[in-house]
Design a binder for this molecule. Structure first.
Ligand code: NAD
Length: 299
């Protein structure tokens, strides 16, 4: 897909970070935008900004963990603009800490947004995209699922997040194969960012009320301090990641990595598996990180 003008993009998590940058880039290319987010104030601000850029915008408060809300988003998008050409299953949240300290509510919240959100997006939109492809040989569609480097490696202290993102990579790779069996007109990519300054380290702002009051454990505080540092010092911007993503859509490139050097860790993990070696520390390249974590956790 290389002609974006007057085509329609649906973006979940459009109020902040990567989602907001996808919207900005889409607007600069003259796309119709369907913006979805659970956070109404951020969504309203994104909508106002995109409208002032002169493009057509539809926005909806959507919890991607809820199938009916994502289906309603697909209905609203189609009613507003007709066929959807680009789908960004991007909304996501982070949960931290030693695995056994996470509550079942943490699992349900994180998998609900990060995994079920993507499942709901694929379920609601892909059949509509394939129907559009069947109806017109000129139609082109593309799905981008936001996973993470945590979908390709397993850093400690972020087990639920890792599980959710590995599942998104698996779903996306399978979607790639499945689509290739049935159509030349609909494609997909998986976005695997490393640490990039966005609101991801403040995901708790969107935790459902029922678990928002849970006190953080010691390991969660240690992991939060490490994440805050890594995210805030990230040198690749969300805007740059959005540009890479649109380039990948143009080039039909499946894997999108914001930090190609970080893929060394993926290579080592693959070798661990094929050589039946125990898992190498995913932070091995980050000098002193493991020792600092051991010390902080045992304080
Ligand atoms: N920033 C990073 O370092 C990084 C690295 C790897 C992957 N990611 C992934 O990138 C994606 C976007 O995150 P970001 O970094 O831009 O963070 P962000 O917090 O800036 O943006 C995430 C957006 O998702 C929205 N959201 C949260 N829960 C939602 C729900 N239930 N339904 C709908 N919207 C919801 C938030 O309100 C927010 O606007 C996520 O999937 C995240 O896991 C981020």
């Amino acid at each position: 897909m290389d002609d974006f003008s007057h085509k329609t993009a649906v973006i979940t998590g459009a109020g902040s970070g990567f989602g907001l940058e996808f919207a900005r880039l889409g607007a600069s290319l003259g796309m119709n935008l369907v913006l979805a987010d659970i956070q109404a104030d951020a969504l309203d601000a994104a909508r106002a900004e995109m409208e002032s850029a002169g493009v057509r915008v539809e926005s909806r408060v959507v919890d991607v963990a809820e199938a009916t809300q994502v289906e309603a988003l697909a209905v609203a998008a189609t009613r507003a603009f007709g066929d959807v050409h680009l789908l960004f299953n991007n909304a996501g949240v982070g949960t931290l800490g030693l695995l056994w300290e996470n509550t079942l509510a943490d699992w349900q919240w994180t998998l609900g947004v990060n995994l079920w959100g993507v499942i709901h997006g694929v379920h609601a939109f892909v059949p509509r995209m394939l129907a559009a492809a069947k109806a017109s040989p000129d139609y082109r569609g593309h799905v981008v699922n936001t996973a993470s480097m945590a979908g390709l490696m397993n850093p400690p202290l972020s087990g639920i997040y890792n599980v959710s993102k590995h599942a998104v990579v698996s779903l996306s790779e399978t979607l790639f194969h499945d689509l290739s069996l049935v159509s030349e007109q609909v494609h997909c990519s998986v976005l695997c960012p490393y640490y990039v300054p966005t609101g991801i380290n403040k995901s708790d702002r969107n935790r459902p009320d029922v678990i928002a009051g849970d006190a953080a454990t010691h390991s969660q505080l240690v992991a939060k301090a490490q994440l805050d540092k890594a995210v805030s010092s990230g040198r690749v911007s969300a805007e740059a990641v959005a540009r890479m993503t649109f380039d990948a859509i143009r080039d039909r490139q499946f894997y999108i990595a914001s930090h190609p050097k970080a893929l060394d860790g993926v290579r080592v993990r693959a070798e661990d598996i094929t050589e039946l070696r125990n898992p190498t520390d995913p932070f091995a390249a980050r000098n002193g990180m493991r020792d600092a974590l051991i010390q902080a956790l045992r304080e």
